[in-house]
Ligand binder design. Structure first.
Ligand SMILES: [Zn+2]
Ligand SMILES: [Zn+2]
Length: 401
């Protein structure tokens, strides 16, 4: 049986290498589905360690298989590889070489930690019961690379039984570096979009009775939408409707012909999501038709809610306690209403997603994700590798706690 202490030590020994991978990826960030260089970098290392590597999955995604020497389940470790259209202002010696593009969401760190796990586990190939699959996905920050990768067979051959992934960075101010936050059940929200167009009838600002004013209708409609979360959803269940854009009209004295607005709708369950989709339409239709306007409405499904498997999360918490100590493994205080592409993988197979706090205030890592000065404490890289590796081996690993 493999000792968890040995895995911890092996991850720690790789510290410098993992840091170097992270810095390389950080220096050459790529956007969305265009992760060609990262794909080449990641797949080159994985091949070196003897994994069966498939590149070009959903564009530039990578799926690598580590076949264990014995029969067993297939556990997947997922990392995201894409960066953001942000101009880096960290002043780091390994800052982005690509103008206007930056790893400001720690996906460079996620990729490096998963690579670390691949290297650690590849040395235990013969002892491993089952397989470990590594999934490196593009486009987490945009339209989502997970679903196209699933459609391209990422979870098949062999079929993935369980999947794990993580996010690091400055998650909330009270977190201390190196702490692990798990969540039993719904952890992150769905992120859907509504697009609304209200058609009235344009006219003279002095003669409103001869026109149908879509600006006034839009004002009533937006206020009415806000009553859905406050009046129709239980106060103990989180949901968000944010109208982020509104446009219409050309001059102060002209009644516009139409007004368009768009918004973000977030929920923690499929049921809430479908409820909101239906009720937003009904409220809009009621207000708009009652005020003589015409409605065009589109509800566009984005990432689903991210829901963790409770049993697997409990297993992850046990593994993490052995790596970082019981006192540093916590349950997240409340779900996060941001969305995460990992949710698709968790929709198709059981698994869990967790946070590894990666900001050290004393090292000046105080900036939130997506900020041009965002940075992480590289000390967490080998910790992440140790947790991911130990999780993949659980059931065949000797723990202390
Ligand atoms: Zn992000
Ligand atoms: Zn992210």
């Amino acid at each position: 049986m493999i000792e968890i202490e040995a895995i911890k030590k092996e991850a720690e020994c790789l510290r410098e290498e993992i840091v170097a991978w992270r810095r390389h990826i950080h220096q050459y960030p790529e956007l969305g589905f265009e992760t060609k260089e990262t794909e080449a970098f990641v797949s080159g290392l994985l091949r070196e360690w003897g994994l069966e590597v498939r590149t070009g999955v959903a564009g530039h995604g990578v799926v690598a298989l580590l076949k264990g020497g014995k029969e067993g389940r297939t556990i997947a470790i997922r990392a995201d590889m894409d960066a953001l259209p942000v101009k880096e202002e960290t002043g780091l010696p390994f800052a982005s070489e690509i103008e206007g593009c930056m790893h400001a969401c720690a996906h460079d760190a996620h990729t490096a930690m998963a690579l670390g796990a691949a290297k650690v586990l590849s040395k235990h190939k013969e002892e491993i019961e089952g397989n470990v699959k590594f999934i490196f996905q593009p486009a987490e920050e945009t339209v989502g690379g997970a679903k196209p990768m699933i459609d391209d067979g990422a979870l098949e051959n062999p079929k993935v039984d369980e999947i794990i992934g993580l996010h690091t960075g400055c998650l909330w101010p009270s977190q201390k570096v190196g702490e692990v936050y798990v969540s039993y059940g719904p952890m992150m929200a769905s992120a859907d979009i509504i697009k609304v167009k209200i058609k009235g009838m344009g006219g003279h600002g002095a003669l409103p009775h001869q026109a149908v004013d879509p600006v006034l209708i839009a004002a009533y409609a937006i206020v009415a939408l806000q009553s859905l979360v406050s009046r129709e959803i239980s106060p103990t269940v989180p949901a968000v409707i944010t109208i982020g854009t509104i446009e219409g009209g050309t001059a102060p004295n002209i009644i516009s012909g139409d007004v368009s607005f768009s918004g973000s709708v977030r929920a923690l369950s499929q049921e809430q999501r479908e409820f909101l989709e239906k009720r937003i339409y009904e409220v809009l239709q009621g207000v708009v038709s009652g005020m003589r306007g015409e409605l065009e409405y589109r509800y566009i499904y984005g990432y689903p809610p991210l829901v963790n498997d409770e049993k697997i999360t409990a297993d992850l918490a046990d593994v993490a306690k052995n790596v970082v100590g019981s006192e540093h493994v916590k349950t997240i205080p409340e779900p996060v209403m941001g969305a995460e592409d990992m949710a698709y993988f968790l929709n198709y197979t059981r698994g869990t997603y967790f946070f590894l706090s990666g900001c050290n205030l004393r090292k000046g890592q105080i900036y939130p994700h997506h900020n041009s000065k965002f940075d992480i404490d590289e000390d967490v890289l080998s910790v992440g590798t140790a947790i991911l590796s130990s999780f993949a081996l659980r059931g065949q690993i000797k723990t202390k706690i």
